[in-house]
Structure formats: C-alpha cells, structure tokens
Design a protein around this ligand. Structure first.
Ligand code: NAD
Ligand code: AHE
Ligand code: ZN
Length: 375
C-alpha cells in the first residue's frame, strides 16, 4: 500500500449535529514529514462531541473527527526518521517539534510547528487534506482524525510507544487520562497534604483525582450534579462529595466553609464558565490555584472580581495536561505497563466503528466514561 491511495472506512461528520456517516474515504499517501497510520482503536472524547455540535470556532465540515487513539504506522513520507512502518503509535493532537519557540521555551507543552494547519483541517506541506471522497476533500480534525481506519498525521504529532502495550487500552493515553494527571502534576504541581477540589467527575475529573491521590493530597473533594458519579469516584481517590444541587448557598461558599477558607487547588473539568468562576472563588486566599481544563463553547467568557486575583488566587489553564506529547506519552504507556497509572478503569464500553453514533449517545449517559471503538 506504500505510496498508494488507500480506500477505507471512516465516520464522516458532514454537518454539525447530523449523524456521522460511515463512508468509503480515500486516504492519500503521506507527503514529506507525514506519517500514515492504521488506526486500530479510538475512543470518543467530549471535545469530539463539542466540535461536532458546531460550537467550536475551529470546527470545519465535512470532517473526520477523533483524537484519542492508537495504531500502527503503515507508511512514512520523505524525511521521516523517528518512526517507521510497523511502529506502534499514539497520535498526538498537541504536537512537539522540539525546534519552535514554544518547544524550546521549556515553559509550555504547546507547539507552534503545525498548529496553523491543524486548526484549519489541512496538512502543513500544501495546506490540503489527505482525505477525500470521490475527489471531494474532507477536512482533518486536531491533526489526528482518528475516526478513520487510516489517517495521515504530521511526524511531530505521533508518539512511538512500546509494542507490548495493548492498543485497545492505551488509546486513552491520547487525551483524557494524561490531561487529568498532567493538570495535577505539571500545571498545578500539587504538593503532599494539599486540599483539592474537582468540578466534574467524568474521565478528566477522575484522572485529576488519580493524579491528586498520587501527589499525596490530603483531601480530594469531588463536585458533580449527578450523585451517581460519587461511588465510582472513590476508586479514583475522591474522598468527599458535594452535589451543588443539594445546597442553597453558592457552591464556592459551601467549599470555603468546609475547608477553613478554601482549597489549595481546584480543577474545572466540565467546560462551564460559571463553574469556572466557582472553581476560582473556592480557592484559598493568598495562594489557591484554579486550573481550567474544560473546553467552553465559542462566545463563552469567564469573569470574576479582580479582587480575587489581587488577593492571591491564581487562574491557570492546561492543554493535554502540560505533557510534551512525543517525549512523554511513551513514558505514560510505560507507567501503565508497570501498573503505576490506571487506564482500563476508564473504559466502560467497547463497540465498533459502525456503532459510532450509538457510542456518542452513550456519552450522555451517566455511567459512561470512555467508549473504545474497534476499527
Ligand atoms: P464528561 O462529560 O465525562 O464529564 C463532565 C462531568 O461534569 C459529568 O460527570 C457531569 O455530570 C458533570 N457536570 C456537568 N455540569 C456540571 C455542573 N454544573 N457542576 C458540576 N458538575 C457538572 O467530560 P470529560 O470527558 O471528562 O471532559 C471534561 C471536559 O474537559 C470537556 O469540556 C472536555 O472537552 C475537556 N477536555 C479538555 C482537555 C484539555 O486538554 N484541556 C482535554 C480533554 C478534555
Ligand atoms: N478549537 C477549540 C479549542 C479546543 C481546545 O481547547 N482544545 C484543547 C484540547 S481538548 C482535547 O479534548 C487544546 O489542546 N487546546 C490547545 C490547542 O492548541 O488547541 C476552540 O474552542 O477554539
Ligand atoms: Zn479529548
């Protein structure tokens, strides 16, 4: 297949909110600096649902969504040296080129090399898509487009991992789990003994809990409007639960009262701007730090009294938990293999690509964390 167009199945989002359609798509060979990957397993993340909804200002249609996956390199373009056909890989929506201003800064995991192209659904070389249906181009998404049996990614957007790792599990290390762990370890840098509040107990929030427990937090307070989430959250390290619906006072006040002035660290893992405000305002005066992890829709804005920051609270955000993707995803895979981090526990459903619309329906069900699709 090397050098040839591959025709395979992909779930195409033709229009916002319209069911995805399994189509035969043509996937062009990788050009210079590109890698064609046979995707074996992909999970669904709420960010896919967000872009599909039409609320993502970077959402372009028709497109192939998907960004949490694992597969095997099928072929590589000219000049690609770090991976070769047969390598097991995890596509990385947050690239790492190690050459750009961002990568060299040592201050961020964001990378500037291909972001301009991945934000508009094309490849960097020729600003064109490698996906088409009978000659009509279909946009890429987040530089990954894993809802396809084959995809083309930039070489800076692919992490080579231990071939011993089960791809049907470690696909989760492409987004949700690292995001939560890294928000604690890299972005907040939670210290032993800290009091932590987590808003939203989905996959990302539970991974925050797991990270906080590993960091030695003394209290891990989980906040969710669905009390069914609480039981499971205990297994991930949550020690106390609050359902804001069961309180008359604003949730930030409830938390401040429970914690002698506020928490050391809070994490918003929902994407709701009023919860982001509460998450900041439940932090302790003088040092409390709040990390925004959730993705809020286009047009949404955050607000608080500047006095909250004047008096020492810190507002931060994180993308992919601050992990440098190509360098650190392989180590996360190794940690999983050594049973130092959970992955299996976040997978609640297994389905196939053909059932992708049902899989998206399931994501709105309270019991669902991650659905993994066998491609
Ligand atoms: P999820 O839908 O599984 O979890 C959200 C949880 O929040 C649910 O349990 C829900 O019951 C709860 N919730 C909803 N409204 C609430 C409210 N007002 N108060 C308290 N709880 C509330 O989602 P997820 O997959 O865990 O993702 C969480 C967010 O993180 C999404 O916005 C996603 O797009 C974003 N995300 C960001 C990054 C990043 O790099 N920054 C990476 C992955 C995901
Ligand atoms: N296009 C969206 C941005 C969405 C967003 O913030 N994405 C996160 C990853 S979410 C993964 O589930 C991210 O990494 N952002 C940094 C980046 O470079 O995109 C919008 O709302 O505009
Ligand atoms: Zn995601």
């Amino acid at each position: 297949t090397q050098g040839q167009v591959i025709t395979c199945k992909a779930a195409v989002a033709w229009e916002p909110n319209k069911p995805l359609v399994i189509e035969d798509v043509q996937v062009a060979p990788p050009q210079a600096g590109e890698v064609r990957v046979k995707v074996l397993y992909t999970a669904l993340c709420h960010t896919d649902a967000y872009t599909w909804s039409g609320k993502d200002p970077e959402g372009l249609f028709p497109c192939v969504l998907g960004h949490e996956a694992a597969g095997i390199v099928e072929s590589v373009g000219e000049g690609v040296t770090e991976v070769q056909p047969g390598d097991h890989v995890i596509p990385c929506y947050q690239a790492e080129c190690r050459e750009c201003k961002f990568c060299k800064s040592g201050k961020t995991n964001l990378c500037g090399k291909v972001r301009a192209a991945t934000g508009v659904g094309v490849m960097m070389n020729d600003r064109k898509s490698r996906f088409s249906i009978n000659g009509k181009p279909i946009y890429h998404f987040m530089g990954t487009s894993t809802f396809s049996q084959y995809t083309v990614v930039h070489d800076v957007s692919v992490a080579k991992i231990d071939p011993a790792a089960p791809l049907e599990k470690v696909c989760l290390l492409g987004c949700g789990v690292p995001t939560g762990l890294g928000a604690v370890w890299n972005t907040a840098k939670v210290e032993p003994g800290s009091i932590v509040a987590i808003f939203g107990l989905g996959t990302v929030g539970l991974a925050v809990a797991e990270g906080a427990k590993a960091a030695g937090a003394s209290r891990i307070i989980g906040i969710d409007i669905d009390s069914k989430k609480f039981d499971r959250a205990k297994n991930f390290g949550v020690t106390e639960f609050i359902n804001p619906k069961e309180h008359e006072q604003p949730i930030q006040q409830v938390i401040v009262d429970l914690t002698d002035g506020g928490v050391d660290y809070s994490f918003e893992c929902i994407g709701n701007v009023s919860v982001m405000r509460a998450a900041l305002e439940c932090c302790h005066k003088g040092w409390g730090t709040s990390v925004i992890v959730g993705v809020a829709a286009s047009g949404q804005e955050i607000s608080t009294r500047p006095f909250q920051l004047v008096t020492g609270r810190v507002w931060k955000g994180t993308a992919f938990g601050g992990f440098k993707s190509r360098s650190q995803v392989p180590s996360l895979v190794d940690k999983y293999l050594k049973k130092e981090i959970k992955v299996d526990e976040y997978i609640t459903h297994n389905m196939t690509l053909a059932d992708i619309n049902k899989a998206f329906d399931l994501m709105h069900d309270g019991d669902c964390l991650r659905v993994v699709l066998d491609m």
